[in-house]
Design a protein around this ligand. Structure first.
Ligand code: FVH
Length: 290
């Protein structure tokens, strides 16, 4: 089935891109945003501007929500009359928040699909964008062609909180990487080196190190953290001490990387773990999850 009518609540940086992609794909799009001026450019391209969230939800069988956070979503969807409508909420949030929004929509007689967008706004509709979805499988299947407009769609099951878990897992990896990037650039600047001068090498190094992901995952899934070849925890704990000591010598804060060094020390203090891989730290992060 090809969707024709769809509403979008929220025209921030992301919501505008979602609405644009839907217009480009030929859908009849109704939009609502708290600050109405943000709808003007889309209206010029053919979007219908609704005066309230309820008017927008009532205008289409499917409404895509992309607002700031859970509070904003709960406020916008409160009393909209979603009976017989499908709501796809792409606002970032926690699994519990997604379940609460699902409850609100279902309480009105609507169908709910939650989603997590793995893309920044300019990536929407492009080859590298992908999105996680969970909640109503019926909504996912029925509106799949429309959802594919945003990026590759991955369905993670009926629990409305599942997509948020996947989303936040990937964001966790991203923020860890961003923290490392900022620390690296601060260190370079502390030595009078432009961040731009080291950026290329840092990128190449992160790409090479990122290839460890599948092997890390295998160790974590099997619970076998032994490494007989390279980069054991004893060596890494010594290495990160030098990272922190260099930061201190250069007057750079250790606030971002200090906790990782603390975790390595804790693991080493907890038993005979010097020969294992860094992956053993997962047992400290999520005790009982193995
Ligand atoms: N932008 C990104 O890189 C990421 C990529 C992955 C997904 N996230 C999530 O998408 C949600 C929206 O993000 P955004 O980038 O569109 O955010 P903003 O540009 O700040 O727009 C926020 C919209 O929320 C509206 N809003 C804020 N507060 C209220 C309120 N109290 N009542 C009603 N609406 C509200 C705001 O309206 P206005 O300020 O224009 O009136 C915007 O429509 C978010 O969950 C990201 O984590 C984006």
């Amino acid at each position: 089935m090809k969707d024709t009518e769809v509403s979008v609540l929220g025209l921030g940086a992301m919501g505008r891109e979602l609405a644009r992609a839907l217009l480009d794909a030929g859908h009849r799009v109704t939009v609502w945003n708290r600050t109405a001026a943000r709808a003007e450019a889309l209206a010029e391209r053919g979007a219908v501007v609704a005066g309230s969230p309820g008017e927008a939800v009532g205008a289409s069988p499917l409404t895509v929500v992309c607002l700031l956070d859970e509070d904003t979503v709960l406020q916008a969807l409160d009393g909209v009359g979603a009976a017989g409508r499908a709501v796809v909420n792409l606002t970032n949030g926690t699994p519990e928040q997604a379940r609460r929004v699902a409850e609100l929509v279902r309480g009105q007689g609507g169908d709910y699909l939650d989603g997590g967008i793995m893309a920044v706004p300019p990536m929407i509709g492009g080859p590298h964008a992908f999105l996680y979805y969970s909640g109503s499988e019926r909504v996912f299947r029925e509106h799949r062609p429309l959802l594919d407009t945003f990026g590759a769609a991955h369905y993670k099951g009926e629990d409305p909180g599942a997509a948020a878990l996947w989303d936040v897992a990937l964001l966790s990896a991203m923020y860890g990487m961003f923290g490392g990037l900022l620390h690296a650039f601060a260190l370079a600047r502390s030595a009078g080196i432009d961040a731009g001068e080291v950026a290329g090498d840092v990128g190449a190094w992160l790409t090479a190190m990122g290839e460890a992901g599948p092997e890390y995952a295998r160790r974590i899934d099997t619970g076998d953290h032994t490494t007989d070849v390279v980069s054991n925890l004893g060596m890494q704990a010594a290495g990160i001490r030098n990272v922190l000591a260099t930061a201190e010598e250069q007057g750079v804060s250790t606030a971002l990387l200090g906790p990782l060094a603390d975790f390595m020390r804790l693991r080493l203090a907890g038993g005979d773990h010097a020969a294992e891989d860094l992956t053993g730290l997962v047992q400290l992060l999520a005790p009982g999850a193995e």
